[in-house]
Design a protein around this ligand. Structure first.
Ligand SMILES: Nc1ncnc2c1ncn2[C@@H]1O[C@H](COP(=O)(O)OP(=O)(O)OP(=O)(O)O)[C@@H](O)[C@H]1O
Ligand SMILES: [Mg+2]
Length: 210
């Protein structure tokens, strides 16, 4: 059983995209539920696009009453993936961090994203006495390997007080297409293979060896 919070302190880094795809990857083996803790309800909206498709993980909107929802759903699902709002100060982010075993923090290759992330390590440390088991790590998100910023990213991230996952999520247009269609890269056939392999590698690294 694992509770995985996808958190961040910046909008548009790829939290929701990661939450949905991570849940779909985990669902290949185990029961998974996505909890949408963001009042924007992006994950919840995504699920409505293909509401009748029972092969996709369930999304529960719980920006209000998050703690009770997580506790209840963790009893009936092997994995609970929580998609958080884009602020470390949001009460939902704190509540998710207080309950999670894993926190994944997608960070884009941009200075503004890096600066916004420095606060997260402090909040994780502050919550440590209440949740000593929490493992928080950064996931490089929307990486374009050929750009200078992407290449400089590992060095820049080394300055933050949080471990960085080896598996990086590349920027791929298939991610956008899939969200638009209410799917994940796992339902995109060959076009989604490379992206799905990345998510599988992330699951392996963080949940099975982390
Ligand atoms: N790996 C990726 N490759 C290409 N596009 C991506 C990728 N990840 C996310 N995106 C796109 O970037 C935009 C922001 O992604 P997403 O909504 O997942 O971020 P977010 O961190 O949840 O945003 P918010 O802070 O508003 O909740 C979306 O248009 C999404 O399709
Ligand atoms: Mg989001």
């Amino acid at each position: 059983m694992s509770i995985i919070a996808i958190v961040g302190n910046k909008g548009g880094t790829g939290k929701t995209t990661l939450a949905l795809n991570l849940a779909a990857g985990l669902a290949q083996r185990d029961g998974v539920v996505i909890i949408d803790a963001d009042p924007q309800q992006s994950a919840y909206q995504w699920r409505l696009v293909r509401e009748q498709d029972e092969t996709l993980p369930m999304v529960v909107a719980a920006a209000v009453g998050l703690k009770n929802s997580v506790q209840a759903l963790a009893r009936t699902h092997a994995h609970v993936v929580i998609d958080c709002p884009p602020s470390i100060k949001a009460p939902q982010t704190e509540q998710a961090l207080a309950m999670a075993e894993h926190a994944l923090i997608p960070v884009q290759p941009s200075p503004m994203d890096l600066w916004a992330t420095t606060h997260i390590a402090r909040v994780v440390e502050r919550l440590r006495p209440d949740n000593p088991a929490l493992r928080a790590c950064i996931v490089m998100s929307q990486i374009e390997p050929r750009t200078t910023l992407s290449r400089l990213m590992p060095d820049a991230l080394a300055e933050l007080d949080l471990p960085v996952v080896n598996t990086a999520i590349r920027r791929r247009s298939i991610h956008r297409h899939c969200i638009l269609e209410g799917r994940t890269v796992y339902q995109a056939g060959r076009r989604g293979e490379a992206a799905a392999a990345e998510i599988d590698a992330l699951i392996e690294e963080v949940l099975h060896h982390g």
